[in-house]
Design a protein around this ligand. Structure first.
Ligand code: SF4
Length: 252
């Protein structure tokens, strides 16, 4: 069951797509962005807990040297670590991507699986990564839910969930498949630009009138999720917490 009034998904996707200049979201994603499933898989593992710019730089370096499962499986671990260093947690990630490459060779004949269950059995692969491979590697229906998709779906009142996994399960049930694949790229872009975790810029948002959180913030009413209320200024928060204003401490 939806947590808020029904969302007009066509309109929402049209508006976000136009706002971010992404063209028609109905066009199959891979027509313009054909990607290699193996590189989508490894790139998504590298993207965990880092910024896109770090992932892009590290992926470019890694795939220039080791573009496929056979080469990555036998690469020197130290070299992988050096190439992906900028993503953070590089030792753990180097181990995961290499184990992943080896298991793809031994268990799947060198071909990245195109179904959720076998994908989820690979080292370092969780629901978001597995869904990314389906959507961006194979152009199959998938629902990759990261922190942006989770947060915005809750702010829109489409779901009331505590974790991205719960959000994925609810969205799969609520949404017709035609909307699945464009949701992730559009909501991620929106989350990185306007609908940020703190201080969403609702007054500039192209879907404000469809969003109960944005409307409540605009009208000065309590938001459905307390954490989305406009908070007091930082200096007021510090005073309430019994701490001196940061300027005062600097001046002391
Ligand atoms: S109106 Fe505000 S909270 Fe709602 S989607 Fe837009 S930026 Fe996010």
């Amino acid at each position: 069951m939806s947590a808020g009034p029904p969302i007009h998904w066509e309109k929402l996707l049209d508006r976000l797509s136009r706002f971010y200049g992404r063209g028609d979201w109905r066009v199959p994603y891979l027509r313009d962005h054909a990607e290699n499933p193996f590189q989508v898989l490894i790139g998504t593992i590298l993207s965990q807990r880092t910024k896109d710019a770090n992932t892009d730089a590290a992926s470019a370096k890694l795939f220039a040297r080791f573009p496929d499962a056979p080469s990555l499986a036998k690469a020197p671990r130290r070299e992988i670590e050096r190439l992906i260093h900028s993503t953070g947690f590089y030792r753990v990630k180097a181990r995961k991507v290499q184990e992943c490459a080896r298991e793809i060779l031994t268990r799947f004949d060198g071909k990245v699986p195109n179904e959720l269950e076998p994908l989820l059995s690979l080292p370092g692969v969780g629901p978001k990564t597995a869904n990314c491979v389906l959507v961006f590697g194979y152009d199959l229906p998938g629902m990759p839910v990261d922190t942006h998709v989770h947060r915005i779906s809750n702010r829109l009142g489409v779901v009331r969930t505590r974790t991205p996994e719960e959000t994925e399960a609810r969205l799969r049930r609520l949404l017709p498949q035609a909307y699945w694949n464009p949701i992730n790229p559009l909501l991620v872009q929106h989350g990185q630009n306007l609908c940020r975790p703190r201080g969403p810029r609702c007054s500039e948002c192209p879907i404000l009138e469809m969003c109960p959180t944005g409307i409540a913030r605009r009208d000065g009413r309590p938001t459905p999720r307390p954490e989305d209320r406009p908070g007091p200024k930082r200096s007021v928060r510090r005073r309430e917490a019994g701490r001196p204003a940061s300027g005062a401490r600097r001046r002391a």
